[in-house]
Ligand binder design. Structure first.
Ligand SMILES: [Zn+2]
Ligand SMILES: [Zn+2]
Length: 146
């Protein structure tokens, strides 16, 4: 008489994959309802506000908008005049330039934020940036707790 204890009580059964029960899944796992991404014309569904693709860019955009609209100085004629002058003087993104890239600047930003006492209308405290570098700089400024 053989007394082997290693017999599988449930022999592997490889033929149990049926995709017939759509919408009738196990109710054990709560599934968040997905909504369409808030970005216009984006077909992706998400359980957040934006899909994975747009979440990052929207966050950066919102932050950038926030920091710039939070200071009324950025909408003054004096700043805009200075910004135009500086951009003519420095038409390329200075951050990209420092790593050897030639990218057209999209905007002028302060090196030291004016909230931190940086000079408002001085070319010493101004920097031409492309959108990417500006978004990165703004995110860094926020990360460092300003
Ligand atoms: Zn999207
Ligand atoms: Zn750049």
């Amino acid at each position: 008489m053989l007394c082997s204890g290693n017999q599988h009580p449930n022999p592997p059964n490889g033929t149990r994959t049926k995709a017939s029960t759509q919408g009738n899944k196990n109710t054990k796992m709560p599934i968040k309802p997905k909504r369409p991404c808030l970005t216009p014309n984006c077909p992706n569904l998400t359980d957040k506000t934006y899909c994975n693709i747009h979440e990052k860019s929207e966050k950066i955009k919102q932050r950038a908008n926030h920091t710039h609209t939070s200071d009324p100085f950025y909408s003054t004629a004096r700043w805009q005049k200075f910004r135009n002058w500086y951009r003519r003087k420095q038409p390329l993104c200075e951050m990209c330039e420092s790593i050897g890239l030639t990218i057209k600047a999209q905007l002028v930003d302060h090196i030291t934020p004016i909230k931190d006492g940086g000079k408002k209308l001085s070319s010493d405290n101004a920097m031409s940036l492309c959108r990417l570098c500006h978004a990165r700089k703004t995110a860094d400024d926020l990360k460092s707790g300003i």
